[in-house]
Design a protein around this ligand. Structure first.
Ligand SMILES: [Zn+2]
Ligand SMILES: [Zn+2]
Length: 792
């Protein structure tokens, strides 16, 4: 049934965004273009359920909803996968051949991901589909590069960067993963005018690139050495001893070596004290000439050989193991090195205040996630390094004049351009027509951090601002520091405006055991496994109701099973209703007390669900709607109204009117979470031609709010439920007639008497005696002083 509706929705273009409609307000969703790994996992399922509930809800609220979908193709993951699958390195084949291999590789996975997104029932407008590797997408990214360069927000400069020696590329701070590992702390002697100064370091191999020795200015052990020259062991160069209040006198010996670059602290010190930069390694992480006899060795091997030699020379004075935090490449796990290189940068640091101000001004679901972005932005101390030394990515649209060296940027009309293949169409300002291409490519986040504007239609659609800023940017808590942040700085730099008006954060999906879901832990559940057994509507209920928005949510089969049982309940209720409504005239009929009781409770449910939906509180929205259907409509109302629905005349018509109204509105309340089943029922019972997903969201009607009916009705249904329970306890079938029942109504007798016919008919009671005194064999829970006796 689900796949049938997915086909029909597509055929009927139910989710098509109307680009020309000026009458309805726009709701634009900044759908993340996922990296098409081919595996649409339960984490993706959770994300897309959130986006989709939001899209469906807003559509029913009358918005013109833009729910686009793209694929983020470029980047290291694809290159690493292709290198592994083909057993080659990117440099073994010409760049265009390697690029084609990557395109083929990724294409096979896009189709699989797309099918999974369709299969979970996402209401995507597929006419918006794009790939970041499409020439047209590359054109837009390169255009934004040119515009940012014109605004002096992009520059090329020499700057320390994080470098992965395996992937041979610069990587951004956000791509560095901190891991703990066991290292060694070596104590080694420097000499200052004959005096030995011990220094503790985890990386003696950086000695050739040592440019200073630093001590705390108030450290009495060393103050007399400040300003003198220290001789570096083994390599023999002389470096200044400087006072640096960043040095922790408690760490190691209190004397630290500054190298280019052992870590980020070195970068800060080199800039602060204007120290020289010594290049120690090449792009592959191999030691250069300056390392003397160790030159030509990879850095790890060089360190091993050097430490062995130093041990023999008696230059390792102490050695202890140390738990250290090491930065590694997010893609391949290789420890990163900090090196100095000429790269392209976006001036992100100067935007930090603006990022904080904007993060505070926009809405966050949940609110406490706002601080994550602020903390990340304020903790950064380097500009965003945009260039990568890879192949499968958007090329930097630039050349260099072979004669004068000036940068030559492509012209907007030349885009998209690959400067390695094409030449500029105009000469350099010096007159030369000889150029060398910039061979760098752009960080894949540079592709995806333009989505808010590109989804809106920038730069080609003159009305793109109608869809911009995005109404909502949905993101995982793990990618706030990348995706939410890069989108923000990129659009602020280009348009001086926030790219999104609100952010919706989802947590991670955990395994059933509460640990991170992973294949190696054996707690992994794949989406096809779930679809096969339960389809999409049942696990969507798990995703919506499994935990509050923004928190980590464990996958629980029992939640999916509960979802399935709820749907069974809804289906049975709807089937019963459709039979009992066959002769319904469609009109209003004066509702009876229990009808008014139900209609009043419906209004409260509409208010509760609407409020939760407005606040992206999918858990409470789902629970409120499900509880109403299951425990109010099915458990109580249908039981109490059954006899009227099987009967004749006005009492029947009143119940028909009530059931018709209540089922219609509850289907709508459930439609964003359970889109397929609600559509199936809707088209059968209400409107065969128009989807429930474009029907208006129910509005609570104050005229139907009836506290008096609720007060009385609550008592009546409590009594009915208590008698049913007692029948069951006594082993009687629920349909078994009861010849005589005495109800001791106590102070509630007048209220109960208002519905004595319903009580009698529902429970098939032959003779119902309703007495004003208290008593009876069985007390009614929650109704003080009320009890009853079954005379069997
Ligand atoms: Zn790497
Ligand atoms: Zn020139």
């Amino acid at each position: 049934m689900e796949e049938k509706w997915q086909r029909i929705w597509e055929e009927e273009k139910v989710y098509k965004y109307d680009w020309d409609d000026e009458s309805r307000p726009v709701y634009s969703i900044d759908t993340p273009p996922p990296y098409p790994s081919g595996d649409f996992h339960m984490g993706n399922f959770l994300n897309w359920t959130y986006f989709d509930i939001r899209a469906r809800y807003k559509r029913m609220r009358g918005y013109n909803v833009l729910f686009p979908q793209g694929w983020d193709c470029h980047g290291l993951p694809t290159e690493v996968a292709v290198e592994k699958a083909r057993g080659i390195k990117k440099s073994d084949v010409p760049p265009d051949v390697f690029r084609r291999m990557c395109e083929e590789w990724i294409e096979q996975y896009i189709e699989r991901m797309k099918q999974a997104v369709i299969r979970m029932g996402a209401s995507v407008d597929w006419s918006t589909e794009y790939r970041t590797m499409d020439p047209d997408y590359i054109r837009k990214i390169q255009l934004s590069f040119l515009l940012l360069y014109e605004k002096d927000m992009i520059y090329k400069g020499e700057h320390p960067i994080n470098w992965c020696p395996r992937c041979e590329t610069a990587i951004a701070d956000a791509e560095v993963e901190r891991v703990h590992r066991q290292g060694n702390l070596y104590t080694i002697p420097f000499t200052v005018e004959g005096e030995e100064v011990l220094v503790a370091t985890t990386r003696p191999i950086y000695l050739p690139a040592c440019v200073a020795l630093s001590v705390h200015p108030e450290d009495q052990r060393y103050t007399h050495l400040i300003g003198k020259k220290a001789r570096v062991p083994v390599f023999g160069q002389e470096v200044p001893v400087i006072a640096n209040d960043e040095v922790d006198p408690e760490f190691g010996t209190g004397a630290m070596m500054i190298c280019t670059y052992g870590d980020k602290a070195d970068v800060v010190a080199v800039a602060r004290f204007s120290l020289p930069v010594v290049r120690l390694i090449d792009g592959k992480g191999v030691l250069l000439e300056v390392a003397g006899k160790y030159a030509g060795l990879p850095i790890a091997q060089g360190q091993k050989a050097l430490v062995e030699d130093m041990r023999e020379m008696g230059l390792i004075r102490a050695e202890e193991s140390l738990d250290q935090e090491v930065g590694t490449c997010w893609r391949c796990g290789t420890p990163i090195e900090v090196v100095s290189a000429r790269q392209w940068f976006l001036r992100t640091i100067q935007l930090t205040d603006k990022v904080v101000e904007t993060a505070k001004a926009i809405k966050w679901y949940p609110d406490w996630m706002r601080q994550r972005l602020i903390d990340w932005a304020t903790g950064l101390d380097w500009d965003w390094v945009l260039s990568r030394q890879r192949i499968f990515a958007t090329p930097v649209p630039a050349w260099y004049c072979s004669k004068c060296g000036k940068i030559k940027l492509a012209k907007p009309e030349e885009l998209p351009v690959d400067p390695k293949i094409q030449q500029p169409t105009t000469p350099c300002s010096c007159g030369s027509t000889e150029f060398t291409p910039d061979t760098d490519v752009l960080d894949t986040w540079f592709d995806s951090s333009m989505t808010c504007a590109i989804h809106a239609g920038w730069p080609d659609n003159p009305n793109w601002r109608r869809q911009f800023p995005a109404s909502i940017h949905p993101s995982g808590q793990d990618i706030i520091r990348t995706w939410a942040y890069y989108l923000m700085v990129r659009h602020l730099a280009l348009f001086n405006e926030t790219p999104y008006k609100s952010v919706l954060i989802n947590g991670m999906v955990l395994g059933e055991d509460g640990r991170k879901m992973s294949k190696s832990l054996g707690n992994f559940v794949s989406t096809p496994q779930v679809y096969e057994k339960y389809g999409a509507d049942a696990p969507r209920q798990w995703a919506a109701a499994g935990g509050s928005t923004g928190t980590d949510i464990p996958f629980r089969w029992q939640d999916v099973e509960y979802g399935r049982r709820f749907m069974q309940k809804l289906w049975n209720a709807a089937r019963f209703a459709s039979m009992r409504l066959e002769d319904y005239d469609g009109g209003w009929h004066q509702p009876e007390l229990l009808d008014r009781w139900l209609l009043s409770k419906l209004q409260a449910t509409i208010k509760r669900v609407t409020q939760a939906m407005e606040g992206c509180d999918f858990m409470n929205a789902t629970e409120a709607a499900r509880n109403f259907v299951w425990h109010v409509v099915c458990d109580h109302y249908l039981e109490a109204a059954k006899s009227r629905l099987y009967g004749e005349g006005e009492p029947k018509k009143a119940a028909q009117y009530t059931l018709h109204t209540v089922l219609r509105d509850t289907l709508k309340l459930l439609a964003p979470v359970i889109p397929h089943l609600t559509e199936e029922i809707w088209r059968t019972m209400y409107d065969p031609h128009t989807s429930i997903h474009v029907s208006p969201w129910p509005q609570p009607q104050e005229s139907l709010v009836d506290p008096e009916a609720e007060r009385v009705g609550d008592k009546v249904v409590a009594l009915i439920a208590a008698i049913r329970t007692e029948k069951n306890r006594r082993g009687l079938s629920l349909n078994a007639p009861l010849p005589q029942v005495t109800v001791y109504g106590g102070g509630h007798v007048a209220d109960l008497a208002l519905c004595s016919r319903d009580i009698r008919n529902t429970l098939k009671i032959g003779e119902l005696e309703l007495l004003p005194e208290e008593g009876g064999e069985t007390p009614v829970q929650g109704l003080e002083g009320v009890g009853f006796t079954l005379h069997l």
